[in-house]
Design a protein around this ligand. Structure first.
Ligand SMILES: [Zn+2]
Length: 387
């Protein structure tokens, strides 16, 4: 029988959305996996027979983390830039061009090896779904190959040709936007599910972002947006207007931005690893949650502004620095990430969902924030397969 029973679960986080508890916690529970899907959830004493059995020994079991924002296709690192920033230099986003140079010079195999290494690192920390962006190629060929490689690791690939204007187009950004909307999009679209723009002073303004995102929508890509990270700006409201699945960062928001998000289907994805790594003020998650906005947490894993692959670290930061309760942070790192990717098959442990889960070395999800920096992931199941 191709079935696996996770038995003796002390605390099962289902995110089933029932009963006023967003985490849908069940105690003394069991969960049956068949053919990579959750087939049954219930009290341990009623657990059905299965081909194999894992004894959780009273530990907490959670949906695998859904990291909805990561930049994994790159070469080189920027440790020296990080050190300089910690010594007082400001973050401007200009270092992206350093990574573009290294990425263009790298072989396909080098890029593939880096994505594979980071993907494995993420899985060891409980991440079972990850979105991967391009954005360090910034030429037709390099963006297409970045997405082709990303697509070997995830179905949630994002075309971010509009990350920054590359040096060779520095004096003619309109021409670069034309390239992104034309031949680059045509080459990238077969490998992409999403399109994204870094809408920020020093990157792309609202007119450019709107042009690029609507071109992407016209060829069937879903919209997501880097917005309001370094200062206030039009990105969040543009994202809501275009029906973006998610606007990401949301560090500098006006009341109008918050109201627009609250009345929309757009998720606010917060990336506290970026504020940590750039020593910047954190976004105010409490304000968003109190307004009724759906909030997700993600790592923003990238070699410049947030070189962490750890969702547990982001959960701990969100609780300590952003006003989230541990339950809200765990929901945002699982179901919230799924909402940001418009996925209903992950981020929850309900019958029919993908059997993506983590068994913690802890009795409760509270330990993710209570014990920061501690490796609490004991087992990971991805598609029902132990990893
Ligand atoms: Zn990013």
């Amino acid at each position: 029988m191709n079935s696996l029973l996770i038995d003796c679960i002390g605390e099962l986080v289902t995110n089933d959305g029932r009963g006023g508890d967003p985490l849908g916690v069940r105690r003394d529970a069991a969960l049956l996996v068949e053919d990579g899907r959750v087939a049954w959830v219930g009290p341990a004493r009623y657990a059905p027979a299965a081909g194999r059995r894992v004894d959780a020994a009273g530990a907490a079991v959670l949906p695998g983390f859904v990291d909805s924002h990561a930049h994994l296709v790159f070469a080189g690192d920027r440790a020296a830039e990080f050190a300089a920033r910690m010594a007082g230099e400001p973050y401007t986003g200009g270092g992206i061009r350093t990574t573009v140079g290294a990425t263009r010079a790298a072989s396909d195999d080098d890029l593939r090896a880096t994505v594979g290494r980071l993907r494995a690192e993420m899985r060891r920390q409980g991440t079972t779904t990850v979105e991967i962006k391009s954005g360090y190629g910034l030429s037709v060929a390099d963006e297409a190959r970045s997405l082709r490689i990303a697509a070997e690791f995830t179905e949630d690939t994002t075309f971010l040709g509009a990350h920054v204007v590359p040096a060779e187009y520095a004096d003619r950004p309109d021409d670069y936007v034309g390239l992104v909307c034309g031949p680059m999009l045509a080459a990238a679209a077969p490998y992409a599910r999403w399109i994204d723009v870094f809408c920020e002073r020093g990157a792309f303004d609202a007119d450019h972002a709107r042009a690029i995102l609507t071109c992407g929508q016209a060829v069937g890509l879903g919209v997501r947006l880097h917005a309001n990270q370094l200062g206030p700006g039009p990105g969040v409201r543009l994202g809501v207007e275009l029906g973006a699945a998610s606007v990401d960062h949301c560090t500098h928001l006006t009341d109008a931005d918050v109201a627009a998000l609250a009345g929309s289907e757009t998720v606010a994805t917060l990336l506290p690893g970026a504020e940590f790594s750039t020593r910047s003020p954190y976004p105010d998650a409490r304000r968003l949650l109190d307004a009724g906005v759906t909030v997700a947490l993600a790592t923003d894993c990238n070699p410049g502004s947030s070189y962490t692959s750890s969702m547990p670290f982001c959960v701990a930061l969100a609780v300590r620095e952003m006003g989230m309760t541990p339950a809200e942070a765990v929901w945002a790192a699982t179901a919230g990430g799924a909402a940001a990717l418009r996925r209903t098959d992950v981020g929850r442990l309900t019958v029919g969902a993908r059997a993506d889960l983590v068994v913690l070395d802890a009795p409760t999800h509270l330990h993710l924030a209570y014990r920061p920096g501690v490796p609490l992931i004991r087992h990971v199941l991805h598609n029902g397969v132990p990893r």
